[in-house]
Write a protein that binds this ligand. Structure first.
Ligand code: ATP
Ligand code: MG
Length: 239
């Protein structure tokens, strides 16, 4: 069997002396999609940070295409194809949309035309400065910037958080295109459980830094008892 894109094997990690993740195991195939669910503070962002290499590993291993990258520095993981969109959208406020995209560019199938096709709104705003964008447009730009690095895996931390419903719909549409296109694997941290499960193939639910539940997203979407117990029911992005 071909190596998975990403494998976490009993990963224990945290910040300094504070251990947040306890023995997390998961596997993501090439072009796979995984929803990462759970209540506030259970370690979702920490898990993404650990995949990027920003936390202290205390045990276990992170493997990328079969190779142990547990000790590989974050920027080198990025070069190997892990793209990360932080919970705080990181864009350059004094560069235009197009400049923000081109400074991030690395060779591959994601180039300006492909990005503008996925996000027509960024095409319309290509000459606007980063600081002249709405929150939703900034989020689109943050995702687009990550795609311009042509990653094999995109880590998204609550991309819909705090956005107006109309732009959430636009982003969801773009995410569906992105996922159906199957050129990139995605791990999506999302408080809107129904959206996350609709978008992804598989899901895990964290509780206090451990994997409390793992299932195909379609199965978990129907499992209201588990969702109520581990996530608390949340309605879609209505105001
Ligand atoms: N830089 C840090 N240093 C020390 N502890 C941290 C740090 N960042 C987060 N933590 C702690 O790690 C735990 C998990 O936090 P994390 O941000 O991963 O949760 P989360 O599931 O992403 O929560 P949310 O849904 O609120 O975004 C929390 O107890 C938090 O206080
Ligand atoms: Mg978080």
């Amino acid at each position: 069997m071909a190596d998975a894109l990403l494998t976490l094997d009993k990963v224990t990690a945290g910040y300094g002396d504070a251990v947040v993740l306890h023995g997390i195991s998961l596997t993501l195939p090439e072009n796979g999609s995984l929803a990462l669910l759970g209540r506030n503070g259970v370690g979702k962002s920490t898990l993404l940070l650990t995949i990027m290499g920003y936390t202290q590993m205390r045990g276990g291993r992170v493997a990328w295409r079969g190779e142990d990258v547990s000790r590989v520095a974050p920027h080198k993981r990025a070069t190997r194809g892990i793209g990360w969109v932080a919970q705080e959208r990181e864009i350059f406020p004094s560069l235009t949309v197009e400049e923000n995209l081109t400074v991030a560019a690395r060779a591959g199938t994601w180039d300006l035309p492909a990005i503008y096709k996925l996000f027509p709104r960024l095409d319309e705003r290509r000459r606007n400065m980063g600081n002249q964008l709405s929150g939703g447009e900034q989020q689109m730009l943050a995702i687009a910037r990550a795609l311009m690095t042509n990653p094999a895996l995109l880590l998204l931390d609550e991309p819909f958080e705090g956005l107006a419903p109309v732009i959430v719909d636009e982003l969801i549409h773009a995410m569906k295109l992105l996922l159906s296109d199957r050129r990139v694997a995605i791990i999506l941290v999302e408080q809107h459980t129904d959206i996350a499960l609709e978008l992804t193939a598989d899901a895990i639910v964290l509780e206090r830094g451990t994997v409390a539940h793992a299932a195909p997203s379609a199965t978990l979407a129907k499992d209201t008892a588990t969702l109520e117990r581990l996530v608390g029911l949340r309605v879609a992005a209505t105001p």
